[in-house]
Design a protein around this ligand. Structure first.
Ligand code: NAD
Ligand code: WQD
Length: 344
């Protein structure tokens, strides 16, 4: 069965491609390499001993998208990761984000309708909940006014898919609302490749530990949490990749799957920034240089998932611990450093 993975050379996409290939799906990747590297394809091939097809294509070009589907009439499902994801950049360049995250979605859905292609998985985000009133957060929690254009593209993206699913009775879609993905493949052959200064906690920690950054700023120690630092639900990217495959199988195999469904994908456990630092230090033996600084604008105090729906209805549950995720992130950072040294 042939599955199109857009953004399949990106962080979450590449781990999902590995998962699919190892489960005997045929995979074709679209990526424009705007936030990824061709070397990731080599990593995927070396882990799986398989070579997925790759098309370097910008999904903002509807004619190219059309042409692509003309050339690949046997695609049976689409997992749509391709998007821009930097929250801060989205505030500075909102049109870029609306164009890249929404036009691409619309062009894909148009093509899927034209071809009567009905299985679609969308990368959504826990950002749609903002600061939820109740913790843990279940899927019925209200979607809050978005803090950023990026967050808004996820909310609008979900609305577009929901409306489209209502109008096309055959069409089935699942939106996965990821909490905080971290970690890397245990082989350390693929992982997160932040361009420039990382905005997310774990790549900043690993880059600090390896000596690329001076110190980590802990954004805020005056939250209403046990240690004063903010709480998130950090999910190993391997678990996240598996969730995509399970969701895809639900769409393809289960005749009863609803037209449009939303699932939280997290561990159900909240960890504070200080806890993440302490666990990182413990499992790697690397002391981390950090300082407590003021809150980062737009950050919420605490967010972690109620995963009951995914556990019961998808039959999926996160298996990996924070410790495992941080060990894999560190192995990946060391591998990157090694590769950089060899290039010099
Ligand atoms: P990523 O940037 O690593 O991967 C996205 C990939 O899409 C990149 O390889 C990029 O080159 C490609 N791409 C972007 N625009 C494209 C276009 N117009 N045409 C073709 N390819 C294009 O990001 P990621 O962390 O793997 O995230 C994947 C998805 O999950 C995104 O939709 C993101 O918004 C969502 N998400 C990510 C997180 C997170 O923390 N990483 C959390 C929640 C949701
Ligand atoms: C985690 C915690 C920071 C960096 C973001 C997006 C969200 C989603 C996931 C896509 C927070 C603290 C961080 C640092 C720190 N992405 N921190 N020092 O903000 O929960 O979510 O990524 O959909 O939309 O907003 O993740 O990793 O940036 O931060 O203290 O240098 O670490 O304040 O409490 P966040 P993050």
């Amino acid at each position: 069965m042939k599955i199109l993975v857009t953004g399949g050379l990106g962080y979450i996409g590449s781990h999902t491609v590995v998962q699919l290939l190892q489960n005997n799906y045929e995979v074709i990747i679209i990526d424009n390499l705007s936030n990824s590297s061709f070397t990731t394809l080599e990593g995927i091939c070396s882990i799986t001993n398989k070579s997925p097809k790759f098309s370097r294509l910008d999904l903002r070009n509807p004619l190219k998208v059309q042409q692509f589907f003309d050339e690949h009439p046997d695609i049976q499902g689409v997992i749509h990761f391709a998007a821009s994801k930097a929250v801060g950049e989205s505030v500075e360049k909102p049109l870029l984000y609306y164009e890249n995250n929404l036009n691409t979605l619309i062009f894909l859905l148009q093509e899927m309708r034209r071809r009567n292609l009905n299985n679609f998985i969308f990368s959504s985000s826990c950002t749609v909940y903002g600061q939820a009133d109740l913790l843990p957060i279940d899927e019925n929690a209200p979607v809050k006014t978005a803090e950023s254009p990026y967050g808004n593209t996820k909310q609008i993206g979900e609305e577009i898919i929901k409306d489209f699913s209502k109008s096309e009775k055959q069409f089935k879609a699942i939106a996965l609302r990821y909490f905080n993905p971290i970690g890397a493949h245990p082989s350390a052959r693929i992982g997160e490749l932040p361009m420039g200064i990382p905005q997310n906690l774990v790549p900043f920690i690993t880059q600090t530990a390896i000596g690329k950054r001076d110190k980590l700023s802990v954004f805020g120690d005056d939250y209403q949490t046990a240690d004063g630092t903010a709480i998130r639900d950090y999910i190993h990217v391997m678990d996240l990749a598996e969730a995509h495959m399970v969701a895809l199988e639900r769409l393809i195999k289960e005749k009863q799957a609803k037209n449009y469904e939303v699932f939280n994908i997290g561990t159900g456990k909240g960890s504070s920034v200080m806890e993440v630092i302490k666990v990182f230090e413990k499992v790697t033996g690397e002391p981390l240089n950090y300082e407590l600084t003021s809150r980062r604008p737009g950050d919420v105090e605490a967010a972690f998932a109620d995963t009951t729906k995914a556990n019961q209805e998808l039959g999926w549950k996160a298996k990996h611990s924070l410790e495992e995720a941080l060990i894999s992130a560190w192995a990946w950072e060391k591998r990157l450093a090694e590769a950089e040294k060899n290039e010099i």
